[in-house]
Ligand binder design. Structure first.
Ligand code: SAH
Length: 267
């Protein structure tokens, strides 16, 4: 680790020091020279220095201003790289799209991972894929199936938009400083055609949130604010089930039924 830079807790800095894991990440991403590759939080370039050999035109988005100078210096031999000092949560990723879909990579600060994923989903149509190092528990939630205890709002809203594949489990010892939790790299690939499309995505999101605030109750109880829209059309979903038993497809069906009844009662 660079003696000049002390890891900053408030920037969620856990630097990768495990060359084997770094190699596995680069292999999983498999960058090509012409990729529109963007790394979020390059830090001291542990992953960057390998990615950039395969894709010299990489873009880096780093929040910590002190690291920008370090990166500029470290990557002097790569004039095609773009280094941007900005907060990924506030970055408009549309600015990087010029016809080639974005490939995002990052060993993300764990405190921003969920809001960042939701921020990036707003740009999903211009994203080819994402490889992120996250807390193992978050990766479990992203990839969870109905019935498992990790299954919830995050699983459904991410799986609605993306194919989710956990790729590399990573122990705390791979980082400096070592985090208290296990980590994992996950690959998220936004669908170009959604497999189950909601007629009203805001409604779907609201229904899912409301259901998982009370995951032990039946759907009928969770959805008491929608009672008048649970009929007259017959529901395609068994309302005596609990939210955690419902697949993404069934949540979409439920949401579309309610939406239909709302629209009809408006007419
Ligand atoms: N990729 C490096 C560093 C990981 S630590 C490695 O694997 O070693 C996380 C990095 O994200 C740090 O460099 C931190 O400064 C940066 N970071 C934290 N919050 C950020 C944000 N909101 N936007 C962009 N970068 C951020």
């Amino acid at each position: 680790m660079n003696s000049q830079h002390k890891a900053r807790k408030r920037f969620g800095q856990n630097f990768l020091i495990d060359q084997q894991v770094i190699g596995q990440i680069v292999a999983a991403v498999n960058p090509k020279a012409n990729d529109n590759l963007i790394e979020i939080g390059p830090g001291m370039a542990a992953i960057t220095e390998h990615l950039i050999k395969q894709c010299p035109s990489i873009t880096l988005v780093e929040l910590d201003r002190d690291l920008i100078e370090f990166l500029n210096h470290k990557l002097l031999d790569y004039p095609l790289a773009t280094i941007i000092n900005s907060d990924a949560l506030k970055t408009d990723f549309g600015q990087f799209y010029q016809g080639d879909k974005l490939r995002l990579v990052g060993n993300l600060p764990y405190n921003i991972s969920t809001p960042l994923l939701f921020h990036l989903l707003e740009s999903r149509e211009i994203i080819k894929d994402m490889h992120f190092m996250l807390q193992r528990e978050v990766v479990d939630r992203l990839s969870a199936s109905p019935g498992s205890k990790s299954y919830g709002r995050l699983s459904i809203m991410i799986q609605y938009h993306c194919r989710v594949m956990p790729v590399i489990p990573v122990p705390p010892t791979s980082f400096d400083p070592a985090p208290k939790v296990q980590s994992a790299v996950v690959r998220l690939t936004p669908y170009s055609e959604l497999p189950h499309k909601a007629d009203n995505i805001k409604l779907l999101s609201k229904i899912v949130s409301q259901c998982f605030q009370q995951r032990r109750k039946t759907l009928k109880n969770c959805l008491n604010t929608f009672t008048e829209f649970l009929s007259p059309n017959p529901m395609m979903v068994d309302l005596t089930k609990r939210p955690e038993q419902l697949s993404v497809e069934e949540f979409v069906t439920l949401s579309n039924c309610i939406n239909n009844n709302m629209v009809q009662s408006d007419e």
